[in-house]
Design a binder for this molecule. Structure first.
Ligand code: Z5A
Length: 218
């Protein structure tokens, strides 16, 4: 059995939610969780970097602002170290039991933030993705998209900034462009949502998307 087919056991799906800073992931993951509950779908909600005690420690190391310059390769490897632990300890075991996995960011964030934002390019990420994941990928990526300035303005209201949030605006433009390019390259797996709209309308788009994803399973 190839690894990607593990997702299809018991029809459980691996859904990820992605987007730039302040796009409304947290807000809408709460909405998606409620939607799954209403459908009677067993699910677990997790996040990256993080999702296990070890991976959460790596998250804290990655997000904490520090005086020492963090080397981009070190950052990239820590993202994948956390991911390897998360996949084996949480994501695959849940899918194997028929439990849907709803994940706040996954490898698309690495393409966007390290590949695009940090200008590392995509080849090394592809190699690491293959090394860590084989052909295991999310079944569906819900990409919340809005203009960078709008997202940064929303995020600015939240207080203290983490190490990524302290980046200049140009960084987030590269992140957004990398996400949009990936969505264009693989339209069957990405579900683009216009997150600039008022929350109610964003959530109408998300419900439509979830209904389509569910219809593919039934
Ligand atoms: N990272 C990486 O570099 N490489 C990787 O491989 C991975 C991650 C996996 C993790 O942060 C950081 O790690 C992330 C990328 C990096 N860094 N950044 N930046 P995270 O994902 O945990 O944190 P975040 O990106 O800052 O997301 P967040 O804190 O969860 O924010 P959000 O989900 O985008 O937004 P929100 O909190 O739901 O909403 C923000 C505000 O906007 C809030 O007041 C809402 O009420 C409001 N909002 C939401 N929707 C609307 C609408 N439609 N209208 C008006 N206002 C709205």
């Amino acid at each position: 059995m190839t690894e990607s087919k593990i997702n299809n056991l018991n029809n459980a799906r691996f859904l990820t939610v992605e987007g730039v800073e302040g796009v409304g992931k947290t807000t809408n993951i709460t909405f998606i969780s409620k939607w799954l509950e209403e459908q009677g779908i067993p699910y677990t909600h997790t996040r990256e970097p993080g999702g296990t005690p070890l991976a959460e420690e790596l998250r804290s190391l990655l997000l904490t602002p520090r005086d020492e310059q963090v080397d981009a390769t070190a950052e990239l490897l820590m993202m994948f170290a956390a991911r390897a632990q998360h996949i084996e300890q949480v994501i695959k075991p849940a899918l194997e039991k028929g439990i849907w996995v709803l994940c706040d960011r996954f490898t698309d964030a690495t393409y966007a933030y390290q590949g695009g934002g940090r200008n590392m390019g995509f080849e090394k990420i592809r190699q690491l993705e293959h090394f860590v994941q084989g052909d295991f990928r999310p079944d569906a990526v819900i990409l919340l998209d809005l203009p960078v300035a709008v997202g940064l303005a929303r995020a600015a209201k939240r207080g203290a900034l983490d190490r990524f949030e302290q980046e200049a605006e140009g960084f987030f433009h590269r992140v957004r462009n990398a996400y949009l390019d990936r969505a264009k390259e693989n339209p069957s797996r990405y579900w683009l949502v216009d997150a600039e709209q008022p929350l109610e309308q964003v959530q109408v788009q998300i419900s439509d998307t979830l209904r389509k994803i569910l219809a593919e399973v039934q």
